[in-house]
Design a protein around this ligand. Structure first.
Ligand code: ZN
Ligand code: ZN
Length: 327
């Protein structure tokens, strides 16, 4: 399927083709859209697989504008407030019209199993593609791909809610060809055995272990998406040493009480979560309309709480974030 791309979204098309794991922010406004920001939607692509995290009203149009394509494997809902799910109705309708026949997985906390079928039936006369619905409990692994998993973790909002973490398996360490040659190991299948952790025996009887020529395992990437939540231990645990923590920051310091009452977070609280987790990069999203055009206030308040080497930023609609592998 070809989706018309627009070149006026800075650098988006080029970036998407370059990275093996990237995020595209489709909607970064809390509760209601503005002229600059749509409601919640985050696209994540890892090699051949693509996912949406939340699907607020207008998400499919953002996907067209930003050239993400519609070939999704799953949509993960953090909770069922309307600014996070209304877009799924139109999206499923469009997929039906496009003739999609591969199954679409929809995942969310309670009451996903009863709620999702109801809203989809409401908006789609005849659902022509197979839809699989999974209602998750926090702590559950909800998706397994080649070399990674996506798990749900507990968050603290007004209704049942979860966040999601994409966690990659560790990769084997770097193979040191120079060392291998110094041992006199001929290039070929023996290299492969060593790379996969096996010891080998050379024709002269010497035994070379994998650790002699292969470096320590390289940790996988960890991407964490909080959804709407108060700062909580569930997110801190899930975001331990995360490459990227996408955390809601609906409010600034002046609405601290409102953040508490509505079970949202301030930018400062999001930063404290990032700091306590040791996350390398904090991306704040789900902004109250009052910060729509001046998110710098939130960045300033957040920066006061994190270590100087932590990257802190506010997401914009259309922002593409590439996450490099660990060396
Ligand atoms: Zn929300
Ligand atoms: Zn909410």
């Amino acid at each position: 399927m070809v989706i018309q791309r627009r070149e006026d979204v800075v650098g988006c098309r080029r970036s998407i083709q370059m990275s093996a794991l990237h995020l595209v922010f489709l909607g970064t406004s809390a509760a209601a859209p503005t002229a600059h920001r749509n409601v919640s939607g985050l696209f994540l692509k890892r090699e051949g697989q693509a996912f949406l995290f939340d699907c607020g009203e207008g998400t499919q149009r953002q996907m067209i504008r930003l050239g993400t394509g519609f070939s999704l494997d799953a949509v993960f809902f953090t909770h069922f407030h309307a600014d996070h799910y209304l877009g799924i109705i139109g999206f499923v309708r469009t997929l039906g019209m496009l003739g999609r026949t591969t199954p679409l997985l929809l995942v969310g906390p309670k009451p996903a199993a009863t709620f999702l079928p109801t809203i989809i039936r409401l908006g789609v006369d005849e659902v022509t593609l197979p839809i699989e619905i999974v209602e998750v409990e926090p702590g559950q692994v909800v998706f397994r791909g080649a070399g990674y998993r996506i798990e749900a973790f507990p968050t603290d909002h007004r209704i049942p809610s979860v966040g999601y973490a994409l966690v990659e398996d560790a990769r084997p360490g770097r193979f040191d060809v120079t060392k291998a040659q110094a041992f006199g190991i001929p290039e070929g299948p023996l290299f492969g055995k060593l790379q996969h952790g096996e010891a080998i025996q050379l024709p002269d009887g010497r035994v070379v272990s994998s650790a002699d020529v292969v470096g320590p395992n390289r940790t996988g990437r960890r991407i964490v998406i909080s959804g709407d939540t108060r700062p909580c231990n569930g997110t801190i645990a899930a975001a331990k040493d995360a490459d990227v923590l996408v955390h809601e920051a609906t409010f600034g310091d002046s609405e601290q009480l409102r953040a508490f009452e509505t079970r949202h977070s301030t930018a400062r609280e999001a930063a404290i979560v990032a700091r306590d987790a040791g996350a390398k990069r904090l991306v704040m999203t789900h902004l109250s309309t009052r910060y729509d055009r001046e998110p710098e206030t939130l960045v300033k308040q957040a920066r006061e709480e994190v270590k100087p080497d932590t990257l802190v930023e506010v997401a914009e609609d259309g922002m593409v974030l590439e996450v490099p592998v660990h060396d």
